[in-house]
Design a protein around this ligand. Structure first.
Ligand code: HEM
Ligand code: HEM
Length: 184
């Protein structure tokens, strides 16, 4: 039996956290711009948008499956009950957005392609055509955009919380998600 309980996230959880974080931060800030960038009149920018977005969806599903099989360490003992509640709410909402934003984006493609028929050549990683989505008649572009804006707000709260723990409380919350540094 281990003498001390595990206090860090495991290597797979950490790798997926940081890889998805990098991809999502790129999409939150540059997603709209690349969606509007046509290189040589082709669908390069929009294809990059749907490819990175789909990668976020697939990696997040893998991450959730991994999390069910390998539960994360218990919250740091230094965290107050309201902090645990706020952290859990933020993490759950992040997972909802990591899956919901790409799905609403996919559901926004029929109208987008009708409006911009020059971009019918949307591909995933230049390898497969993007599967056709059903037209639900709902304002998917607006929902996709709201999801993305909510993602920016959550990211700000999440990063401020991590920095507060590291620099003000001086506890191990940030180190739990880093492969180096002391973790009690
Ligand atoms: C987490 C990943 C994603 C983020 C953060 C994201 C973010 C955004 C943002 C900020 C916009 C601009 C919205 C506006 O013009 O007001 C946008 C547009 C769009 N996105 Fe995404 N997106 C993601 C994934 C996807 C995926 C996977 C698809 C398709 C499979 C997709 C399809 C679209 C489409 C079609 C538009 C243009 C809608 C239109 O102008 O009619 N997105 N996205
Ligand atoms: C958009 C980018 C990001 C997303 C979507 C994201 C998402 C998440 C999620 C869902 C968790 C909970 C993990 C789980 O239990 O399954 C988590 C944990 C964590 N994240 Fe992020 N994160 C992002 C960026 C960042 C950044 C930039 C930092 C550092 C400044 C950070 C620091 C942490 C830390 C320290 C934890 C562990 C909290 C704990 O359980 O004690 N994250 N993140």
């Amino acid at each position: 039996m281990p003498v001390t309980a595990r206090t860090r996230y495991d290597t797979v959880a950490m790798s997926l956290h940081w890889l998805i974080a990098a991809l999502l931060i790129f999409m939150l800030f540059f997603g709209e711009e690349i969606m509007e960038t046509e290189v040589g009149g082709g669908a390069f920018g929009p294809s990059l948008h749907v490819s990175i977005g789909s990668a976020i969806l697939v990696l997040s599903v893998l991450r959730l499956v991994w999390r069910v099989i390998n539960p994360p360490p218990a919250y740091s003992a230094s965290m107050a009950p309201w902090e645990r509640l706020a952290a859990t709410a933020t993490h759950v909402l992040f997972y909802v957005l990591l899956i919901g934003i790409p799905l609403t984006g996919w559901l926004a493609t029929p109208k987008f392609l009708r409006d911009e028929d020059a971009l019918a050549g949307l591909t995933l990683f230049g390898a497969f055509p993007l599967p056709a989505a059903p037209s639900l008649g709902l304002p998917m572009k607006g929902i996709h955009e709201i999801g993305s804006n909510l993602g920016i707000v959550l990211l700000a709260l999440h990063v401020l919380a991590a920095l507060k723990h590291h620099f003000l409380n001086r506890d191990d919350v940030l180190r739990r998600m880093l492969p180096f540094g002391r973790a009690r």
